[in-house]
Design a protein around this ligand. Structure first.
Ligand code: SF4
Ligand code: SF4
Length: 100
C-alpha cells in the first residue's frame, strides 16, 4: 500500500530527502515519473506520488517518511492497496539497475 501525507503535515521537509524513490515532493512542486514531469498533486502541503511509493521495500525495513515525520502525517493510502509482490514490481520498475 502506498503512503499518503495527510493534513497534519507542517511542511517541515524532513521526509523528502529520506525517500529512496524520490516519491515525496513539496506542495506546489512538479514531480518526475519515468522521465516525465507532471503537475503537483498538492499545492500547500508535501505529497507522496503513489506510483513511486513502495513502502521502502528493498531498501529499508520501515517506512522512512513515517520514521522521521514529527506529526505522524505519513499514513497508509486506502486508495492504493498493494501486495508485497506488487510493491516489488514497482520497485523493479523504478530501479531497473537494482535486483530485489
Ligand atoms: Fe518514500 Fe518509503 Fe515514504 Fe514510500 S514509505 S514515500 S517509499 S519513504
Ligand atoms: Fe510534512 Fe511530516 Fe514530511 Fe514534515 S516529515 S514535511 S510534517 S509529512
Amino acid at each position: 500500500m502506498a503512503l499518503m501525507i495527510n493534513e497534519e503535515c507542517i511542511n517541515c521537509a524532513a521526509c523528502e530527502p529520506e525517500c529512496p524513490n524520490t516519491a515525496i515532493y513539496e506542495g506546489g512542486a512538479e514531480y518526475e515519473y519515468m522521465g516525465e514531469t507532471k503537475p503537483a498533486l498538492s499545492e500547500d502541503i508535501y505529497y507522496i506520488v503513489p506510483d513511486k511509493c513502495t513502502e521502502c521495500i528493498g531498501f529499508y525495513d520501515d517506512e522512512q517518511c513515517v520514521s522521521v515525520c514529527p506529526v505522524d502525517a505519513c499514513v497508509p493510502d486506502p486508495d492504493h492497496e498493494e501486495s508485497e509482490e506488487e510493491l516489488l514490481e514497482k520497485a523493479r520498475k523504478l530501479h531497473p539497475d537494482k535486483t530485489f
